[in-house]
Design a binder for this molecule. Structure first.
Ligand code: S3P
Length: 175
């Protein structure tokens, strides 16, 4: 694995993409960028506000525009996506044409749901447990298209998962 290669983290809401991205960037001493944070900073609204005011379809357009811009202009090595970004064919195409390595942070629905519920972040797509579970089930078919799959077990910390990724993907040895 080329140590300069860009890593894209995907996975369901609440799996811990942003935190794992932060730890991985710190372990690798490299830059990281979070697609949703870039969108919020550029649009000067939270993702929840964008979805509420402009609608889901427009949010997806904004997401793709920002992903395209980041891939073309930003050189941070670790990119954390929002949970729906990888499910959009155009986004997967953009990521693949940039020769990135994609990692699916895979976890049980219950683990994601617990994190969603304990987080202060408003997630319009996770308002109701039954519908969120349905979304989770439907998305497995897309997430599994990622190059690597890492199981996020509830007993592992985000740092431990980032360490596993560094060991297995970047072949970094820890004492
Ligand atoms: C979404 C996930 C969110 C955010 C938006 C849509 C989704 O990101 O991009 O609310 O479709 O799963 P997180 O996965 O960081 O919560």
């Amino acid at each position: 694995m080329d140590n300069e290669r860009r890593i894209v983290l995907t996975g369901f809401m609440g799996v811990g993409k942003s935190t794992i991205a932060r730890h991985l960037a710190s372990i690798l001493q490299t830059g990281k960028i979070d697609l949703d944070s870039v969108i919020e900073a550029r649009e000067k609204q939270t993702i929840a506000e964008i979805i509420k005011t402009l609608g889901m379809a427009r949010f997806r357009q904004i997401e793709t525009e920002n992903l395209r811009k980041i891939l073309a202009e930003n050189h941070a090595q670790i990119l954390a996506l929002g949970g729906g970004a990888w499910t959009i064919a155009e986004n997967r195409r953009l990521i693949k044409t940039q020769n990135c390595t994609t990692i699916w942070l895979e976890s049980s629905f219950e683990h994601c749901w617990r994190n969603i519920k304990s987080s202060k972040r408003e997630r319009p797509l996770a308002a109701n447990k039954t519908l969120t579970q349905k979304l989770f089930d439907e998305r497995q078919n897309f997430y599994c298209l990622a190059d690597w799959h890492f199981i996020v077990k509830p007993d592992l910390t985000s740092y431990e998962i980032a360490k596993k990724i560094a060991e297995e993907v970047f072949l970094i040895k820890f004492d």
